[in-house]
Design a protein around this ligand. Structure first.
Ligand code: FEO
Length: 458
């Protein structure tokens, strides 16, 4: 049964939604599927722009048949040959023997790799900037290599100022009936799904994405039609702006991503203590993930979002704990840059994870490190709370926009720190002796007479 959606007077969405898919490309868990977008232009010459994954091929063919009303299909423009967009291409060629494939030299070469029968006579190779007139519409073509494969191009309908953007501006999630991005909540719906898609699928190739974005800014399209997710037709600058941030590895948000790997909960304690202190210090935008529980695709996505990353990892087999190593390798593989990194390591007899984590981040451009790493030996001790709090203070000081004025918490709401003597239990009295920070080094406990170093923060 057909279910095509009218987008403009003569352009239709003829794709499909797959809500059964559990993992995209066998590695990225999906919670609400994905859409495969294919578009049909009903002109003097009929045009299909890209095909779909086999999971939704039937609905695309039904849609196409319904719209063609017995006419022949003249062109199929191929912007991207990854099988989620080309798996039904061979069947399309069999079903419509007169259809001409339109694409660049790279598209042609790759199409020959994917299609087992001869396509030489069925392919019309186009050059960048060339015009394909189909009656009312003039289509032109812009190469977009590595967004996300080398053959990728985007098609620009000059007549209606519509860009068919391939994977660029794609999002995860099946479409919930609504076809346009402005029908979804930008911050709660579009942004997280687009960030997850961009970081995992295109994130490695920021430089190439930036080239495409600059071309799009010259073109000034009125509509962007991606191969996944909703169509963008309003506030296009807003979408391009956030894409610029991702493409240039500029943090989207000043805040902290805390990721920890903890076998028995002790490294988790350290991470949670720092996160709690950060909150007390008015760092409001934070995420804390256990790398053994949260998929690395989500960790990668938030690494693209936040300005700071605190990594807390146990040492395992003399190395970084395997799930943390995997998450960090994923971040490294996607070329994340320009972040501020803080590190906590744990090890019962040979803590090595901290130096290994630092070495991994040092290979990425623009990474800076906050304070020395903190080493936990098996579990956090009372006398390490100061060091963990100092780390939180150093992080909070470097998070832009974090200051007492912007803090949501009032002084009364904040838990007051107490300095407690570990020998006799005496609680330091600020009202009697003044601020702890201002005390002379030779201050001694008024009860048991031990030095300042015997006090811990609680
Ligand atoms: Fe949606 Fe690169 O394929």
């Amino acid at each position: 049964m057909h279910n095509c959606r009218k987008i403009t007077n003569d352009m239709y969405w003829v794709g499909g939604n797959d809500r059964k898919i559990k993992q995209f490309e066998g590695s990225i868990p999906l919670t609400n599927g994905i859409s495969y977008n294919s578009y049909f232009v009903d002109d003097k010459k009929t045009v299909l722009l890209d095909t779909v994954d086999t999971a939704v091929a039937q609905i695309m063919f039904d849609n196409l048949e319904h719209l063609l009303k017995g006419r022949k299909l003249d062109y199929v423009i191929i912007n991207h040959l990854e099988p989620d967009h080309s798996a039904s291409l061979a069947d399309l060629l069999r079903k419509y023997p007169e259809v001409k494939m339109i694409g660049s030299d790279k598209i042609k070469a790759m199409a020959k790799q994917f299609i087992s029968f001869d396509i030489e006579d069925r392919f019309k190779q186009i050059e960048e900037g060339e015009i394909l007139n189909t009656g009312r519409h003039d289509f032109t073509f812009v190469k977009a290599p590595m967004v996300h494969w080398p053959e990728v191009m985007v098609t620009y309908d000059k007549t209606d100022q519509i860009v068919y953007s391939a994977d660029a501006f794609g999002t995860f999630d099946a479409l919930s009936g609504n076809m346009f991005a402005d029908e979804y909540d930008f911050d709660k719906e579009w942004l997280p799904k687009a960030r997850l898609y961009y970081s995992n699928i295109v994130g490695k190739y920021g430089m190439f994405t930036e080239i495409l974005l600059n071309k799009l800014e010259e073109i000034q399209p009125l509509m962007i039609c991606p191969l996944h997710g909703p169509i963008i037709r309003k506030d296009i600058d807003k979408y391009i702006e956030v894409y610029h941030k991702w493409a240039t590895y500029t943090p989207e948000v000043e805040g902290v991503l805390v990721i920890y790997a903890s076998v028995y909960g002790n490294t988790k304690d350290a991470a949670e203590i720092v996160a709690g202190k950060l909150a007390d210090l008015c760092v409001n935008d934070m995420k804390v993930y256990d790398v053994s529980e949260t998929d690395q695709s989500i960790i990668l996505s938030d690494a693209f979002k936040y300005s700071h990353i605190l990594v807390a990892s146990v040492t395992h087999n003399g190395d970084i704990f395997v799930k943390m190593e995997s998450a960090l390798l994923d971040i490294k593989a996607h070329n994340l840059s320009n972040r501020k990194i803080a590190i906590i390591e744990n090890g019962s007899w040979g803590p090595t994870s901290g130096d290994l984590i630092r070495a991994m981040f040092e290979e990425l451009p623009g990474m800076t490190f906050i304070d020395e790493k903190i080493t936990i030996r098996s579990s956090v001790k009372e006398n390490q709370l100061d060091a963990l709090h100092r780390l939180a203070e150093a992080i909070s000081k470097s998070v832009k926009g974090t200051n007492e004025q912007t803090c949501q918490k009032t002084e009364e709401e904040k838990p007051k720190e107490k300095h407690v003597c570990t020998v006799c239990g005496y609680v330091f009295e600020e009202e009697k002796y003044g601020k702890w920070e201002d005390l002379p080094d030779d201050f001694i406990c008024p009860i048991c007479k031990v030095g300042k170093e015997k006090f811990v923060v609680k």
